[in-house]
Design a binder for this molecule. Structure first.
Ligand SMILES: NC(=O)c1ccc[n+]([C@@H]2O[C@H](COP(=O)([O-])OP(=O)(O)OC[C@H]3O[C@@H](n4cnc5c(N)ncnc54)[C@H](OP(=O)(O)O)[C@@H]3O)[C@@H](O)[C@H]2O)c1
Length: 301
């Protein structure tokens, strides 16, 4: 951050994206990247006399496991987080909220970015894609679900356009913006499960692998008691898999609706983005090969 000092007199807008986005870091290292770095950037912002906006990029999952409608406001401390990423991003928002008193700061919370809206191409694989990889291996035997819970997935290109619009002048200081599908464009967990199965079963690669079996779908409480039993039995592999899944899978078992009244640019429906991305993953074997086994037959899809 010190290297930025010579720029301070010229800077008008700061988009603070940098973060450690891994879910499994010890809390102190997640804080070192996400909270300390945010504080350093805010200190730099205070030295920028021409600053018009400091836009802090956050995640809707600072809501942790809080159920219900999640508003575009600063949030009370959730009772539980699913991982240290969520917690450290929540704490980073507290630092930004404090700085709103003396600099024109605002927060842009994004839901889950899964790939490009037109091609489905994934530049950065995250938990959604990891879960998709497990699916055809039938490695997941039990999963939590709340059938009517919204699943909020957005394309990377739409997020980039939205952030650009905010930075170009739409943003109002001291506000929180949700860059997400919200009520109108999310899909339900039930729809996502059905769509996933249909996409896997109808893809040409289905001929070379066993049919996809759905995991047993249970409530979050049942899933957590299953994880507890597995731990007690001491099955290392299953416990390790469940520990990793437990960092994000619980959200499929919690009704969380992220509001997005402030968005001026609606995202494509989550189901459409999801379908395009799953097809790309299947066509390219998760980016490992060209689209030889394309379901569309169009290599430039
Ligand atoms: N992807 C999503 O689905 C999603 C959803 C909601 C919110 N977000 C937010 O969007 C932002 C960008 O996420 P992303 O998915 O693009 O993550 P990413 O690909 O992991 O990129 C994070 C960036 O932060 C940099 N960085 C990490 N630790 C740093 C440090 N200590 N000092 C300086 N730079 C550091 C990384 O630099 P190196 O490459 O050099 O390590 C990398 O360029 C984050 O704030 C994240 O919380 C992402």
């Amino acid at each position: 951050v010190d290297e930025l000092t010579p720029l301070a007199s010229q800077v008008e807008a700061i988009l603070h994206c940098a973060a450690d986005t891994r879910f499994d870091r010890p809390l102190e290292s997640a804080r070192a990247a996400n909270v300390v770095l945010t504080r350093q950037m805010l200190d730099f912002a205070r030295r920028c006399p021409r600053l018009r906006v400091f836009l802090h990029v956050s995640t809707v999952y600072v809501a942790g496991r809080t159920a219900g409608r999640i508003p575009e406001t600063l949030l009370p401390l959730p009772k539980q987080f699913s991982n240290t990423y969520q917690q450290s991003k929540y704490e980073a928002e507290l630092a930004v909220a404090e700085a709103m008193r003396d600099i024109p700061a605002a927060i842009a919370r994004i839901s889950s970015i899964i790939g490009d809206s037109r091609t489905g191409r994934v530049r950065q694989f995250n938990y959604v894609h990891q879960l998709l990889r497990l699916f055809p291996r039938n490695a997941l035997t039990v999963a939590p679900w709340e059938p009517d819970a919204p699943v909020d997935l957005v394309p990377a290109d739409w997020v980039a356009s939205h952030l650009a619009r905010l930075l170009a002048g739409e943003v109002e200081p001291r506000r929180v913006y949700h860059l997400c599908c919200g009520d109108a464009a999310s899909m339900t967990v039930r729809d996502m499960v059905a769509l996933t199965r249909r996409l896997f079963d109808s893809h040409p690669s289905a001929r070379t692998r066993p049919p996809v079996r759905l995991p047993k779908l249970v409530t979050l409480a049942e899933f957590e008691s299953f994880c507890e039993q597995m731990r007690a039995q001491g099955s290392h592999l299953t416990t390790e898999l469940l520990r990793a899944l437990g960092l994000f899978l619980p959200h499929l078992g919690i009704y969380q609706l992220f509001e997005n009244q402030r968005t001026s640019l609606m995202p494509p429906p989550a189901a459409k983005t999801y379908e395009t991305v799953v097809r790309w993953c299947l066509d390219t074997d998760w980016g490992r090969c060209s689209q030889a086994s394309s379901s569309s037959g169009n290599p430039s899809m």
